[in-house]
Design a protein around this ligand. Structure first.
Ligand SMILES: Cc1cc2nc3c(=O)[nH]c(=O)nc-3n(C[C@H](O)[C@H](O)[C@H](O)COP(=O)(O)O)c2cc1C
Length: 154
């Protein structure tokens, strides 16, 4: 079965909740490896080893990356993700000017390193509730559809 890396940074658990919903959708269709940056041991080079990447992050400071993601992000400079389908998600807070900016930063980096962004960035207001849960499920389902098409072409 083809493999997907579900990797995320989450301090207070909101991005992790989004990751949980995504994981529940992916599970029957792919071999999913889940990594919590800061809690699990993961090097940026590990991103190269999967057939697909789902990357989640919350936003800190003034539209900044979380501290625990900074080294990982810098190390991404030295990897090659050529042609790997990817998508990004994260919990955000609309009371801040730079809404979910870290999600955009990470997705730009993935693309710079050659990954193919197959879904628009998913930004969820704080913890997913009601309609937002459906948006997370649809995001995962859409990713799967495009990911499978991509694998067939490769
Ligand atoms: C000091 C601080 C700075 C933040 N800056 C931003 C920001 O610039 N943009 C944004 O969308 N959210 C910002 N947030 C909100 C967090 O991203 C939000 O609380 C998110 O749900 C945390 O996700 P987590 O539960 O996965 O850790 C900030 C929160 C704190 C405490």
């Amino acid at each position: 079965m083809a493999s997907i890396l579900l990797v995320f940074a989450s301090l207070s658990g909101n991005t992790e909740e989004i990751a949980d919903i995504i994981q529940s959708q992916l599970k029957p269709h792919a071999d999913v490896t889940r990594r919590h940056i800061d809690m699990d041991d993961i090097e940026a080079a590990e991103l190269e080893s999967y057939d697909g990447i789902l990357f989640g992050t919350y936003t800190w400071g003034d539209g900044d990356l979380p501290y625990e993601l900074e080294d990982f992000y810098d190390d991404m400079e030295d990897i090659d993700l050529k042609g790997i389908p990817a998508a990004c998600f994260g919990s955000c807070d609309s009371s801040y000017l730079e809404y979910g900016a870290a999600v955009d930063t990470v997705s730009m980096k993935l693309q710079k390193k050659g990954a193919v962004l197959v879904e628009p960035n998913l930004k969820i207001e704080l913890d997913p509730e009601g309609e937002e849960i459906t948006r997370c499920e649809e995001f995962a389902q859409q990713f799967l559809v495009k990911w499978k098409i991509h694998l067939q072409k490769a």
